[in-house]
Write a protein that binds this ligand. Structure first.
Ligand SMILES: C[S@@+](CC[C@H](N)C(=O)[O-])C[C@H]1O[C@@H](n2cnc3c(N)ncnc32)[C@H](O)[C@@H]1O
Length: 287
């Protein structure tokens, strides 16, 4: 007996969740808790405001390609789905099976690290950078690579985790945490984005950021948890203010969706020639 379509689907370790119709479904390997579904609904809502028709789209860190297929469905004329397959726990088969099930024409390159994007030598109308930045060891260099894939009218759509309880220019690195190696304050991330010659044109949060300086119920709950755990370090970390004098929530983690366009001209963040080829976007250093 030949392999049925559902058996072919079930042979894949899925990250995304697909309903292919006719009762065929891809079920994620990890339990899809309401947190995951909430994030996907948030991204879908944000992408719902974007006009993909006739556009060329680069999807970075596409995994099973859910957002690439959405862009194609919404009328994109070309979609290049990229990923660095060495950076997740699956074998990279999902996007190929989904492409076949959906009768899709997206292009797939699974050996493209975000750190190598300039090597594509191509510019796109829309760039999707969703759920990736908080996994990066070198987020600024990654953003410079995105910048090199832009023409003047490109829209870059970025989504990921931020910590609203840090000082406004603070970022955290924890390379031992493979769920989140890099966690910036929204403003800390905005500074990286600006330094890579991008202007912000829109920003949304999945949860509204905490009102600065207020000891809300989340902070109280987390403090209780640290006390019950008997964690002196945890209590101390929460009690010590940030450089802004605001209370520090160890894990206040929000999702931010940032829409940016590239700019060219004087970048006030660079007093000297910027690195990684960015000088070509700055009138003072281009020559
Ligand atoms: C949490 S998943 C997000 C998948 C999808 N973009 C989404 O939003 O649903 C993170 C993705 O980033 C990719 N990734 C992590 N580090 C990367 C890197 N250095 N270069 C390219 N992709 C990377 C992983 O392979 C994975 O596909």
């Amino acid at each position: 007996m030949g392999t049925t379509a559902q058996q072919k689907i079930d042979a894949v370790s899925w990250y995304h969740e697909f309903d292919f119709g006719n009762g065929l479904r891809a079920v994620p390997k990890t339990p899809v808790d309401s947190g995951h579904r909430r994030i996907w609904a948030f991204i879908e809502d944000q992408l719902g405001r974007i006009d993909f028709s006739g556009k060329s789209v680069l999807d970075i860190g596409c995994w099973d390609g859910y957002w690439s297929f959405l862009a194609e469905r919404r009328g994109a004329k070309r979609v290049l789905a990229t990923d660095d397959c060495s950076q997740n726990w699956a074998e990279g088969q999902g996007i190929h099976v989904a492409k076949e099930m959906l009768g899709s024409s997206i292009q797939i390159k699974q050996d493209v690290s975000v750190y190598q994007l300039a090597g594509l030598n191509e510019q796109f109308d829309i760039i999707l950078f969703l759920g990736v930045w908080y996994h990066l060891f070198d987020p600024f260099f990654a953003l410079t690579q995105l910048r090199h894939c832009c023409h003047p009218n490109t829209f870059v759509l970025m989504e990921g985790s931020v910590a609203t309880d840090l000082g406004s220019q603070e970022v955290l690195y924890n390379f031992a945490d493979h769920n989140c190696e890099f966690l910036p304050h929204p403003d800390g991330y905005r500074q990286l984005v600006r330094a890579a010659y991008f202007s912000e044109v829109g920003c949304s949060f999945l949860d509204p950021p905490d009102v600065p300086g207020r000891l809300g119920w989340r902070w109280r709950l987390r403090l209780c948890r640290e006390v019950l755990r008997g964690s002196r370090d945890g209590i101390r970390a929460m009690a010590s203010p940030t450089p802004d004098g605001k209370p520090r929530l160890k894990t206040a983690n929000r999702r931010m969706f940032l829409t940016c366009t590239p700019f060219q001209g004087t970048n006030e963040l660079h007093a000297y020639k910027p690195p990684f080829g960015l000088h070509v976007y700055d009138d003072r250093f281009r020559g």
